[in-house]
Design a protein around this ligand. Structure first.
Ligand code: ADP
Length: 247
């Protein structure tokens, strides 16, 4: 019997105008794992993530998530995919407080639950990402970049996603903060047992964060394996050269 995968993309194809961005991507992930997608800028990493999230529709190919066809032969919209998404800059609403930003992540449930229940849940989410609840009153510009990314994570965790998609969430942070924030985020996701995909162009980050690395190049997956296998036995010369840049 073939092993059941939590996420499986089959022959995923996507073009924008005359530009072929994804040229047949087959990616399979086990539940609970952490996968890093690495590859040069423009290789299609973000596009792949956006297709999985449901922000874009593939031209052809399928995506199965948690035993459901979500794109291809069926279409499940983004908000029904039980997915959390954190972008590079966190994309917090600047005019809302930290607490309001996190509450936004609760979605329609926010309107139904009472004010007290919401406040409790927001405090719980801020606590999950190790932020003091009094930080809830502040605006995004009044907190550090690392704290903003934790708020973005708290917002993405609000609806208890089964899959977390992280699109270069640490790249705008300076080196020290990047390592600390990365560790904090990894700990939260690990504790919550949430399957995670991290897109990064930083090979070192991929190594320390993920238990599976997928190397993208020119719209296809060049190689998938454990960090050790990919880094010690790159599939071809281009992959070896790309990975070599990190060292
Ligand atoms: P990566 O994340 O690896 O840097 P992307 O998926 O962001 O790669 O982009 C791959 C290519 O697709 C780039 O050349 C980019 O300009 C193009 N692209 C991505 N999104 C769009 C879009 N919405 N419209 C037109 N071109 C796009």
């Amino acid at each position: 019997m073939p092993s059941v995968k939590f996420l499986r993309t089959s022959n995923l194809v996507k073009s924008f105008g005359s530009k072929d961005v994804l040229k047949g991507v087959d990616l399979a992930l086990s539940e609970g794992g952490t996968t890093a997608i690495v590859g040069p800028s423009g290789s299609g990493k973000t596009t792949l993530l956006r297709l999985i999230a449901g922000f874009e529709n593939p031209d052809s190919g399928t995506i199965e998530l948690n035993n459901r066809m979500v794109a291809g032969d069926a279409w499940i919209p983004a908000h029904k995919r039980e997915i959390g998404y954190v972008a590079q800059d966190g994309a917090l609403f600047p005019h809302l407080s930290v607490a309001q930003n996190v509450a936004f992540g609760l979605g329609p449930a926010w309107k139904i639950a009472g004010r007290k229940a919401n406040a409790r849940r927001v405090a719980e989410l801020l606590d999950m990402v190790s932020l003091e609840s009094d930080m809830g009153e502040r605006r995004p510009h009044e907190i550090s970049g690392g704290q903003q990314q934790r708020v973005a994570l708290a917002r993405a965790l609000a609806r208890k996603p089964k899959l977390m998609l992280l699109d270069e969430p640490f790249s705008a942070l300076d080196a020290g903060l990047r390592v600390a924030t990365r560790k904090a985020v990894a700990d939260v996701l690990h504790a919550a047992e949430i399957t995670t995909i991290l897109v990064t162009h930083d090979q070192g980050e991929a190594l320390s964060f993920a238990d599976q690395v997928a190397v993208m190049r020119g719209g296809t997956l060049a190689q998938t394996g454990t960090p050790f296998a990919v880094y010690t036995r790159p599939a071809d010369l281009d992959t070896a050269e790309f990975l070599g840049d990190a060292v």
